[in-house]
Ligand binder design. Structure first.
Ligand code: NCD
Ligand code: ZN
Length: 330
């Protein structure tokens, strides 16, 4: 049996930098036609020049990939800088609260400090991507406690397009649903299928450890219900975030799930199991493009029902579902 899908978009991916970039960009290009690349590289993407350079590096590694760029919102930018970044391929800014995730030591303590730039972003119709976690809160409550900032942003900048990235809690799903149409959320594959049990319930599974943490069964169910209702505010951003095996299996393990190589096959299974395959195209290649105001993908890709075993490592990182058998492949 075959299934024809639009070539997927990934509206949240980490492609890293240096020698790792080549493999991760190539792997991404095998799955996706377009990606929104996150800026928490070392050094960060936070200038017109670095946006340009990062785009060129990604395209050198994966010439066919369509790349949309983000820049790190950890300082205020002038109007001219913003427009130059747009010219170089940036469509969104990414806001990381201080210290909440990988490479956020240079994050921001108070979002209001970024309001001058956010005002310019609203004026020029940039998207604001939020890592929505409140530093210092109990780990399972960090997303919930961030929602007050999201609500205030919406009130202050009513025309600004905002994406709450990797939504992971019932409260955040509800909040995004209730806010106006200019507020959406990306959903990862892993938050659709994992809970805290899959990280620490039995053995410790560092490959599933990520920010925001996969939470309680009710949270996973809320994320699933939003996606399987076909609500256009919820679209795919894998947050595929590879780290080397050594970095994951360490006394201070890195947060991030490497999901890009398995994302679409896993999604097909999940949508199939829910009898919602008709909603998959919009989730992977419709709603996100509409929200970002880019044309929907015209190319298609065929997946075949044929079992395969996910390798134990890919590109030096342990992928989501490593060692497990999946039902669909390209
Ligand atoms: C991401 C990474 O490794 O860059 N990690 C993660 O756990 N999701 C950063 C992020 O998006 O939080
Ligand atoms: Zn991310």
């Amino acid at each position: 049996m075959n299934i024809t899908l639009p070539l997927p978009d990934d509206f949240h991916i980490h492609l890293r930098q240096g020698k790792d970039l080549e493999n991760y960009a190539k792997s991404a290009a095998l799955q996706f036609g377009r990606v929104l690349a996150m800026p928490n590289t070392e050094p960060p993407v936070n200038s017109a020049e670095s946006v340009k350079k990062y785009k060129e590096e990604i395209l050198t590694a994966a010439p066919g990939l369509e790349v949309l760029l983000t820049f790190k919102l950890n300082k205020n930018y002038s109007e001219q800088e913003l427009l130059e970044m747009r010219k170089n391929g940036a469509v969104a800014a990414k806001y990381y609260p201080l210290g909440v995730t990988t490479n956020s030591q240079d994050g921001v303590a108070k979002i209001e400090d970024m309001y001058p730039t956010i005002e310019l972003m609203e004026k020029h119709d940039f998207v604001l991507c939020l890592h929505g976690e409140e530093p210092g809160a109990f780990c399972l409550d960090r997303e919930k406690e961030f929602l007050k900032h999201l609500e205030k942003l919406c009130e202050t900048f009513p025309k600004l397009r905002i994406v709450l990235e990797h939504v992971s809690s019932a409260e955040a799903v509800e909040c995004v649903k209730n806010l106006p149409q200019n507020v959406a959320a990306t959903v990862t594959v892993h938050h659709l299928i994992l809970t805290l049990n899959d990280i620490v319930g039995d053995s410790l599974r560092p490959q599933n450890f990520c920010k925001p943490l996969p939470k309680l069964p009710k949270d996973k169910e809320a994320v699933r219900a939003a996606v399987f209702s076909g609500n256009k505010k919820f679209f795919l951003g894998t947050d595929s975030a590879p780290h080397s095996l050594e970095k994951k299996e360490s006394l201070c393990g890195a947060a991030g799930v490497y999901s890009a190589p398995v994302a679409i096959p896993v999604l097909i299974e999940e949508f199939e199991n829910e009898n919602k395959l008709d909603l998959l195209s919009n989730f992977i290649a419709g709603f996100g493009a509409d929200f970002y105001k880019i044309p929907r993908q015209a190319k298609t890709v065929i997946y075949t029902q044929k079992e395969w075993q996910v390798p134990k490592t890919i590109d030096g990182a342990v992928p989501l579902k490593a060692g497990e058998v999946l039902r669909w492949q390209k």
